[in-house]
Design a protein around this ligand. Structure first.
Ligand SMILES: [Zn+2]
Ligand SMILES: [Zn+2]
Length: 343
């Protein structure tokens, strides 16, 4: 099969022929239909510290995807050949405290598809059946491949009660835009999106965000103060992973508001906790991945409601062999979700 793998500890990737993988008793063999590029894939492509400290080569990368089941392992009873699926990328062990108390998504021994085990930038992939989500017939493979990042936006907003509230999301990458859409869908009074990319701010606006702020040209804290007439924001969602943003983000918060931290910072962060959290009695939530399967059910329900259309967030499509172009574009942090159409 054709596959995009990482086989050398340097920048880049290799588009090559590989044997179709064999599945274990608890796995599905799937024919990949669409696979989206995630920040993690950019790390792997660049071969930065994040990638080199975690990954053993060679690795088939890519983990946000949808596919058709073409074979099922001996122990698998709930999937059949021909089923359409999307992949949950956090593979739980099934036995630890978290896995046995409904917190599989923060499993103590969690493995991640396309990081600790082979992923899916390929014609076929192995998907542990425990991580397969049956796609509703009304959801396309393309949208199916983005349900994983969409699910993070859903999970982030689900920590809060956005109806009638002022929401700000720092970061207008795909997950940021998804979070903004979910906040709007959930009845927010208004949603503000912040980024430094004009393209991404335009996209956020097109997708229904009420106010977009370019942090390169305006002072976001002052601007939010004006917009809320000094009231402050009820719900702050931080998705940039930029250490310099955390304090400003939480300065916009009203006392007693909610802060949802999703973006990943490299190294520790200097955060004025006394003024931004303790004196404000802020509720701080950390969010990683998606709740299995609560976030997926909610994501599906929102998509099936017909009230929002996430398809314009996918810009643009590529073929797998155009991976250099696709990953370099992803690096520029100026587009929506980039998706490979496969098979
Ligand atoms: Zn991802
Ligand atoms: Zn576990």
């Amino acid at each position: 099969m054709k596959a995009l793998i990482k086989d050398t500890p340097a920048r880049g990737g290799t588009f090559t022929d590989r044997l179709t993988p064999k599945i274990g008793k608890d796995d599905l063999l799937v024919k990949v239909r669409a696979a989206a590029i995630c920040g993690t894939d950019i790390h792997i492509y660049q071969w930065n510290e994040y990638a080199s400290s975690r990954i053993r080569l060679p690795l088939l990368f890519g983990h946000e995807y949808s596919a058709e089941v073409v074979d099922v392992g001996k122990n698998v009873t709930n999937f059949r050949i021909g089923d359409r699926v999307a992949a949950e990328t956090h593979v739980p062990c099934g036995h630890c405290y978290q896995c046995t108390t409904g917190l599989q998504h923060v499993c103590k021994d969690m493995k991640i598809l396309g990081v600790h085990m082979d992923g899916a930038f390929s014609e076929f992939a192995v998907l542990p059946a425990v991580c397969a989500w049956k796609l509703d017939p009304a959801i396309s493979y393309e949208i199916g491949a983005t349900m994983e990042p969409f699910g993070i936006g859903v999970h982030a907003i689900s920590k809060t009660k956005p109806a009638g509230k002022k929401v700000i999301v720092f970061g207008c990458g795909p997950i940021g835009i998804y979070a903004q859409m979910v906040a709007k869908f959930s009845g927010a009074e208004y949603v503000i999106g912040v980024d430094v990319s004009k393209e991404r701010l335009d996209l956020a606006k097109r997708m229904g965000t009420d106010i977009v702020l370019d942090a390169k040209t305006v002072n976001v804290v002052d601007e939010v103060d004006k917009i809320t007439k000094g009231f402050g924001i009820d719900i702050v969602v931080e998705l940039t992973g930029n250490k310099a943003v955390v304090n400003d983000a939480t300065k916009t918060l009203r006392r007693g508001g909610d802060v949802v931290l999703v973006g990943l910072y490299s190294g520790s962060v200097e955060w004025d906790l006394v003024n931004n959290v303790i004196y404000k009695e802020a509720n701080v939530y950390g969010v990683t991945g998606r709740i299995m399967w609560d976030s997926w059910w909610t994501a599906q329900g929102i998509l099936l409601s017909g009230k929002i259309d996430t398809s314009p967030v996918i810009t643009p499509y590529f073929e797998l062999k155009e991976f250099d172009k696709a990953l370099q574009l992803a690096e520029s942090a100026s587009t929506g979700k980039i998706v490979f159409k496969i098979g």
